[in-house]
Ligand binder design. Structure first.
Ligand SMILES: Nc1ncnc2c1ncn2[C@@H]1O[C@H](COP(=O)(O)OP(=O)(O)OP(=O)(O)O)[C@@H](O)[C@H]1O
Length: 662
């Protein structure tokens, strides 16, 4: 089977509208040489993925256009099918958004019921084989007069806050009856109005989202029925109805702008221009499958609208998308919050002093005087970490909670203080993950209990295509032979504890796998060995530097990132190495090493840092960072290459400038 194109555009001609009286020849011609993909309107030739004449039935259209999208949705991709066009051209009919009681014959069933039948059939078959629980549920919202309404909710005529549209009512779907009920309820609440051109014209944009959720993925299939794109003049409306038309056109215009911006490869996409694009923001991204169904009229009187619809389809053809499977949901709050603790605990001087005195880490009650510096640190930490407002609130609450246990076995918050408590049973297991230096190097002189880090254990298997994010966090107590004070002299302890070295120090890192933080583990999926890293300025530099090999102890000045860049971009002679077992040449080894270092750099660098790489400007740097923050680290350079940010031969120039090719 051919690879499914990420963007597909189809055109469907509507049948004649009876009430227009005299039957004239259609303005749309389907030339026999067009192979079902071309059409001619007034001597303008258009080419799309499919061109359906009015004689094509619902099942034929569904099989050719939507079924491949359903397959992709079941594989975990974000998919959207979007019908647009002039009023009365069959958008609701095609998408299956008409109320079920108006469908007289089964062959008139539209996309929605057919999609659901296929999804349920496949999900049931999959569950029989794999016994993996898969849930299917759906939501139905409409956007009317620039406000979003939850049509399945208890108050379908009360507008929702746009930013919370994703929290709309979702009903479980397990049979066609469930869908019938959902459509009955949803379409019954939808606004329709009689216009000059359609006796029951939808005056709102409707979005039905079918969610297919399993343990490892959460795919969404959006079926979007846009309101008719007609001139306000032609509907013959005044007052409220006229305002409706204006808002409908605003939504359609903003969809146009979003698609154009994506097609032009812009980094800033104007999603916020309208409620419609804000709600569809997650689906209209370069990582999803998009299918447009342009519905056109055969009538000459609609010619200008028909041409406008076809021109929009032509411009959407320029979209270059790179769909990616949706892995698990974003990192949970519980996973992120303890980072706040870690940073606060490790960077508050008051706490460190106390830790040194008492051989334990104790966060004072936030209401006490001692906690004031902590509050400032926490404030700073939160903004540094870029947590969402919700996560920030949660972090604040956790610090203020009394008599609360975050995770029974890890963090206990007592009346007057928050103590990090570890458990011996986990220690051995975690040492393998994150061995504290000093353990095993001779006899411990004294054992000090020091909470040194937070280790994370992935709960679920990662999907093959995307690295996933760990879901549980344990704060652990390691017994080390190093007192908390002596943490300052060992870089790995600094890294593990999160304490940032402030002065120039000569640091020797023992050769061992670096499992420092979740982000590093995600970025470095392969084992690395480290020699001695240069002097570090802060934790971030320590992590960046730790991914490079150095032969001996060196003291390096505070040049931060420029050094790292130099290291990577410099054309060096391939280092002399012992011949590897599979007889790869030293040049190949060097190239692989260089590429992996470069990938690390792309995965960790900030916008400012990435701009320093030859061939990366501010826009490209911003896109890379945005991509990373939305979809996680790049797994290989091919993923970077596939991004739509390398026009012409710019990737070749870029890779040559950075020695990624020999
Ligand atoms: N291909 C078709 N075959 C049979 N009937 C069709 C077809 N396309 C549209 N119709 C009929 O045309 C009428 C108008 O269609 P529909 O309401 O789907 O248009 P629309 O584009 O959604 O209009 P609006 O934007 O005003 O909501 C309906 O009665 C529908 O049954």
């Amino acid at each position: 089977m051919d690879k499914l194109s990420a963007v597909r555009i189809a055109v469907r001609e509507a049948p004649y509208r009876q009430f227009l009286g005299r039957r004239e020849p259609s303005v749309v011609e389907f030339p026999p040489w067009g192979d079902g993909k071309s059409l001619v309107v007034e001597q303008n030739e258009f080419h799309f993925d499919h061109a359906f004449p009015s004689t094509v039935g619902q099942d034929e259209m569904y099989l050719a256009l939507i079924l491949p999208l359903v397959e992709k949705a079941l594989q975990g991709f974000q998919c959207t099918a979007l019908a647009y066009g002039q009023t009365g051209t069959g958008k609701s009919y095609s998408m299956g958004m008409a109320p079920p009681d108006k469908i007289q014959k089964p062959e008139h069933l539209g996309v929605l019921p057919r999609c659901l039948a296929d999804i349920l059939e496949r999900v049931n078959a999959k569950q029989e084989n794999e016994k993996e629980p898969i849930q299917v549920f759906a939501s139905f919202i409409e956007i009317y007069n620039e406000k979003a309404y939850d049509l399945l909710g208890s108050s379908p005529h009360t507008p929702m806050v746009t930013a919370r549209c994703h929290r709309c009512t979702c009903l479980p779907l397990s049979s066609q009856e469930d869908l019938q009920d959902l459509l009955q309820q949803g379409t019954g609440n939808r606004r329709v109005r009689s216009t000059k051109m359609n006796s029951s014209s939808s005056r709102s944009h409707a979005i039905v989202t079918i969610h297919v959720k399993s343990k490892t993925s959460h795919a969404r299939l959006n079926i979007v029925d846009l309101a008719g794109s007609e001139g306000v003049r032609r509907t013959g409306h005044e007052g409220v109805a006229k305002q409706e038309g204006v808002n409908i056109n605003l939504g359609l215009l903003s969809i146009n702008k979003v698609v154009m911006s994506m097609a032009a490869g812009r980094t800033v996409i104007p999603y916020r221009d309208s409620v419609l694009t804000t709600v569809l923001q997650d689906s209209l991204t370069a990582q999803s499958y998009l299918t447009f169904l342009a519905c056109i009229s055969p009538h000459r009187c609609d010619l200008s609208e028909t041409l406008a619809t076809l021109r929009f389809g032509t411009s959407a053809k320029k979209l270059r998308l790179n769909p990616m499977q949706v892995a698990r949901q974003k990192q949970s709050l519980a996973t992120r919050t303890p980072h706040v603790f870690r940073k606060v605990l490790s960077s508050s001087t008051a706490i460190k002093r106390q830790a040194a005195d008492q051989n334990s880490l104790c966060v004072p009650n936030p209401k006490s005087e001692m906690a004031k510096p902590l509050a400032n640190v926490l404030q700073r930490t939160r903004s540094e970490l870029g947590l969402t407002p919700k996560a920030k609130k949660r972090a604040r609450e956790l610090l203020q909670l009394e008599d609360t246990t975050l995770e029974p076995s890890s963090i206990h918050i007592s009346d007057s203080s928050l103590s990090l408590v570890g458990f011996q049973a986990e220690i051995e297991k975690d040492r393998q993950l994150m061995p504290p230096p000093g353990v095993g190097n001779g006899q411990p002189s004294s054992l000090h209990s020091t909470a040194v880090s937070i280790a994370e254990v992935d709960e679920q298997e990662e999907p093959a295509e995307m690295p996933s994010i760990s879901a549980s966090v344990r704060t652990q107590l390691f017994r080390t032979n190093v007192s908390p004070i002596s943490l300052r002299s060992s870089s790995i302890l600094k890294e593990l504890s999160g304490i940032q070295p402030m002065e120039e120090t000569l640091i020797t890192v023992p050769k061992q796998p670096s499992i420092l933080r979740r982000s590093m583990r995600l970025a470095n999926q392969r084992p690395q060995s480290y020699g001695v890293i240069p002097k570090v300025i802060n934790l971030r530099n320590a992590q960046q530097s730790a991914s490079q090999e150095h032969s001996s102890s060196v003291s390096v000045k505070k040049e931060k990132f420029s050094q790292l860049k130099d290291l990577i971009t410099r054309v060096e002679a391939p280092p002399k190495r012992s011949r590897s077992r599979n007889n790869t040449s030293p040049a190949d080894e060097w190239m692989a090493h260089n590429k992996s270092l470069f990938l690390d750099l792309l995965n960790r660098g900030s916008v400012k840092e990435l701009q320093k790489i030859p061939g990366i400007g501010p826009k490209t740097a911003f896109t890379l960072v945005m991509h990373r923050s939305r979809l996680g680290c790049f797994l290989n350079l091919d993923q970077v290459k596939d991004l739509p940010i390398w026009p012409g031969k710019s990737w070749n120039r870029f890779s040559q400038a950075n020695c990624l090719e020999i």
